[in-house]
Ligand binder design. Structure first.
Ligand SMILES: Nc1ncnc2c1ncn2[C@@H]1O[C@H](COP(=O)(O)OP(=O)(O)OP(=O)(O)O)[C@@H](O)[C@H]1O
Ligand SMILES: [Mg+2]
Length: 234
């Protein structure tokens, strides 16, 4: 579904990723793991048309998407829950979800999808009339994922969805992400929390200093001391 070939990208003249190759098959959860500053967010920004691509190719369902704008990405089925600024703080939970479905216009199924999302995330349904800025960290992260789901994507890009969450809240959110996959989505998630991500992933990549230094099935990576790899290779 997604293929990233020899990607060199960054911001303006600055190069962050030095030849990254990644592939995500339909129905998979793929995790990209790496320490602070490794280039995880830059990878997602590159896929979503926000970073500067110097070299390489990004294919979605076999077609190049290198030069597409974010709103075009959403139209072809790619949705992004970024690491920061991922909700509208002054809008309520319900309004945030409506904003997520904005691209679908007057689609009559939007209402049904809101209900479905509330079924999946009862924690935020209880807060639907509350402003997003008053949510707890965990609730806000759930809202960010829920909002990204409102565009009905085929591929969901998630940037550290469980950052700052307690072990319990992080595990709960990861299980919901797995449930979303089981309902038919494909997911590319970047995380610093190795264990949490690999427990739901099919395949993992280790990204250090803008380079992929390891690629393996998740269960194999779970038995590897990845944090050590972060440190040794950084
Ligand atoms: N908008 C930007 N303009 C210039 N440089 C940037 C920009 N965003 C990130 N960088 C730089 O690119 C490098 C990689 O950053 P990136 O955000 O991709 O790392 P990351 O792996 O997501 O780290 P973290 O785990 O801390 O989120 C860093 O050195 C960072 O300073
Ligand atoms: Mg990041």
């Amino acid at each position: 579904m997604l293929k990233v070939n020899s990607l060199r990208s960054g911001y303006g003249k600055m190069v962050v990723l030095h030849g990254v190759n990644i592939s995500v098959r339909e129905g998979e959860i793929v995790a990209v793991l790496g320490p602070n500053g490794a280039g995880k967010t830059t990878l997602l920004n590159s896929i979503f048309g926000i970073a500067t691509i110097h070299e390489g190719e990004i294919l979605f369902e076999g077609k190049p998407i290198n030069n597409m704008k974010p709103h075009e990405m959403v139209k072809i089925g790619i949705s992004y829950a970024p690491q920061l600024d991922n909700v509208f703080p002054n809008l309520t939970v319900a309004e945030n979800l409506q904003m997520g479905s904005f691209i679908r216009g007057n689609d009559p199924t939007v209402k049904k999808d809101v209900e479905e999302i509330f079924n999946l995330f009862p924690e935020i349904e209880r807060r639907k009339n509350q402003k997003a800025k008053t949510l707890s960290g965990g609730e806000r992260q759930m809202l960010a994922v829920a909002r990204a789901l409102m565009v009905k994507p085929k591929l969901l890009l998630l940037d550290e969805p469980t950052a700052g969450l307690s072990p319990k809240a992080g595990a709960t959110l990861m299980n919901k992400i797995k449930e979303v996959r089981d309902r038919g989505l494909t997911i590319l998630v970047v995380e610093q929390n190795v264990k949490r991500a690999l427990e739901i992933a099919d395949k993992g990549y280790v990204l250090v200093s803008g380079r992929i230094i390891r690629e393996a099935p998740a269960e194999l990576l779970l038995r590897t001391d990845i944090e050590k790899l972060f440190f040794v290779s950084a």
